[in-house]
Design a protein around this ligand. Sequence first.
Ligand code: ZN
Length: 182
Amino acid sequence: MARASPWTGAIVANPSTRSAPRAVEGAAIAAEYRTPGKPGILGTMRTPSWLRPLVYLWASPTTLLGLVMVALALAGRGRARRVAGVIEAHGGAAVAVLERLMPGGGADAIALGHVVVGRSAASLERHRAHERVHVRQAERWGPLFLPAYAVAGLVAWLRGGDPYRDNRFEREAVERTTAAAE
Ligand SMILES: [Zn+2]
């Protein structure tokens, strides 16, 4: 999940200055996602190709929830397309759900198994690397991913931290995308 932030509107409002480098970055990530055995932004989280169908099956309970979000996106004026093995959808009625997902303005994007849903095409570009880490987490945890994410948030909160920012799944997503950008 990626939190909506105050500067989100600024980027969406100025696509001419921001969309070109973001699009290049997104394409590079998509290409890396398809290259087995090559170290990159997803590092050691890769799985051999013969295991891929099983990985999709293992993550399918979470993906099913994602497909509901895709249906909501398409129910409005949203869009959906396939990007490097993941369905990316944005807009439509899915926006209303994203706005209510977390306090403080909602989420800008969320990964649910092999589905990533964003408020807009710009949201998907902006958070692609981050959300791809969550896709990999869902592949590792399968049907346990969402319960494990909730428990990790609870543990962070019990330790006096922020259930989102200090959630171990969010920390991993931030650490991996930061390391890849350096
Ligand atoms: Zn996240």
